[in-house]
Structures are given as C-alpha cells and as structure tokens.
Design a protein around this ligand. Sequence first.
Ligand SMILES: [Zn+2]
Ligand SMILES: [Zn+2]
Length: 129
Amino acid sequence: MFSIFVVCSNCGKNLLKDIRHINENKKFGHNFYYSLQCQYIFKDQKLELICENSNCANKFKRQPSDISPHNFCSRSCAAIINNEKYERIPLKREMGGIYKPARKYFETWNNAISIAGFNPNPVCLPITR
Ligand SMILES: [Zn+2]
Ligand SMILES: [Zn+2]
C-alpha cells in the first residue's frame, strides 16, 4: 500500500494518506483535510434542518455543534411547539382511570406516554416551585 503526503485544504498541513483513498477522493472531487475541524472551518459547514413546527416547516441551517434533539427555525416556533406539548400531555392524576391499564401493558408510564406519541419529560416537571 502506497501512502503519499497531501495538503490540508484549510490549514496547509501535510497529511499522510494512502493512495487508494486519494484516488477515491479525487474521483469524487473531495478536498483533503487534516482534521474534521479543518473540514468544518473550510466549508463553513452547516447542516440543513427542517423546523419541527409542522405549520412552519421552514428549512434552516445550523452549525453541527448547535444542533439539539429538537430544532426550530426560531424561538417563537419552539415556544409554539413546547406550549402544545404541555397542553396535550395528560397528567397522571387526570388519567387515573387509564393509568393502571396503561401500566399493565407498558412497563412504565413514560413508555406508555412515548408510545402514545407524547414527550414524557414535561410530566416530570413540577408545576409550581
Ligand atoms: Zn487543516
Ligand atoms: Zn419554524
């Protein structure tokens, strides 16, 4: 296996790559980067996301480091969805009647809630301090 030095497209450092990898990269027109960081910096790489507010569904771009499990194009979209979640999620005591059967079929309450399509987390939040 041959390895030769190539130059990082971002910082100019030399890096050793095997020739097969180089040929592949050339075929696809890819650049070489010393590290993943160099790749992000050079491309100013942002991932395209779709707003989780389905009424909005805006596409927006975000740095990989800023991506969270739930992504919204704006604070107001996040607020709309979070409010909806709080309203939609039934509290345990309001569902006393079905809590027991649900528990029987799903090992935990949280399981039952997530299978039903709710985010279980708000259930655990105290309402007042
Ligand atoms: Zn570099
Ligand atoms: Zn949005």
